[in-house]
Ligand binder design. Structure first.
Ligand code: PGA
Length: 248
């Protein structure tokens, strides 16, 4: 049985004061031990949020990581730095990073390897653009992204990865994929992982759905066979809607 995992991607929202307030509210309201819960605030909030949640079952994640250990890389954040502020997870290859910050399948792969080296669990994002879906290219695009992400990653290391399937047209648009659309791609990804590694591996790996997930649509998505959780943007910025999804 795969344990569900709900992660909140706060994106570029919340200063330290606001982040501490939100983390405190989530901690106070969270008592569902059937679900792994992760919050991913901006870098500048990580330390402060860790102080709030460190003795709780809520885990801390970052929204990106750089692939080098250290050095002259102005503006970058290393895996070691993330570990040192209490991170256990890191989102890698979010479509916004691909779209605005030149993230490629190759840089995603390098970041995954570095995160795994530091025992950070990567939450690896994949998903098609609207024009790609309309052109019937969804599976081709997702396959390229997943193959690229896991390139050269051993099975022993890859077991710790979480995948987030996020159709780009559903992110922040209020336009959620139907449970059928999501399930179809999740199953496609799981079958691909069985080809890349093996069936047992594929059956154990958790695949989240992301894209306009809300308390109102979460239950329907989360009951599908291959949907093991959610990566939540907008609805993770308020404790009640985030916990509404955790408890869906
Ligand atoms: P959304 O974002 O829930 O606001 O659509 C999801 C994400 O980008 O991870």
């Amino acid at each position: 049985m795969r344990k569900r995992i709900i992660a909140g991607n706060w994106k570029m929202n919340k200063n330290v004061t606001e982040a501490v307030e939100l983390a405190t509210e989530i901690k106070a309201g969270h008592d569902n031990s059937d679900v792994d819960v992760v919050v991913c605030p901006p870098f500048t909030d990580l330390y402060a949020v860790h102080q709030v949640i460190k003795d709780s079952p809520i885990a801390l994640g970052a929204q990106d990581v750089f692939w080098e250990d250290k050095g002259a890389y102005t503006g970058q954040i290393s895996a070691d730095m993330l570990k040192s502020v209490g991170c256990r997870y890191v989102i890698i290859g979010h479509s916004e990073r691909r779209q605005y910050f030149a993230e490629t399948d190759e840089t995603v792969n390098k970041k995954i390897k570095k995160a795994l080296e530091y025992e950070l669990t990567p939450i690896v994002c994949a998903g098609e653009l609207l024009q790609e879906r309309e052109a019937g290219e969804t599976e081709m695009v997702v396959e390229r992204q997943v193959r690229g992400a896991f390139d050269g990653v051993s099975k022993a290391d890859a077991v710790d990865v979480v995948i987030a399937y996020e159709p780009v047209w559903a992110i922040g648009t209020g336009k959620v994929a139907t449970p059928e659309q999501a399930q179809q791609v999740h199953k496609f990804i799981r079958d691909l992982l069985a080809k890349l590694y093996d069936r047992e591996f594929a059956d154990a790996l958790r695949i989240q759905y992301g894209g306009s997930m809300k308390p109102e649509n979460a239950a329907e998505l989360l009951t599908r066979e291959d949907i093991d959780g959610g990566l939540i943007g907008g609805a993770s910025l308020k404790a009640d809607s985030f916990l509404g999804i955790v408890n869906a």
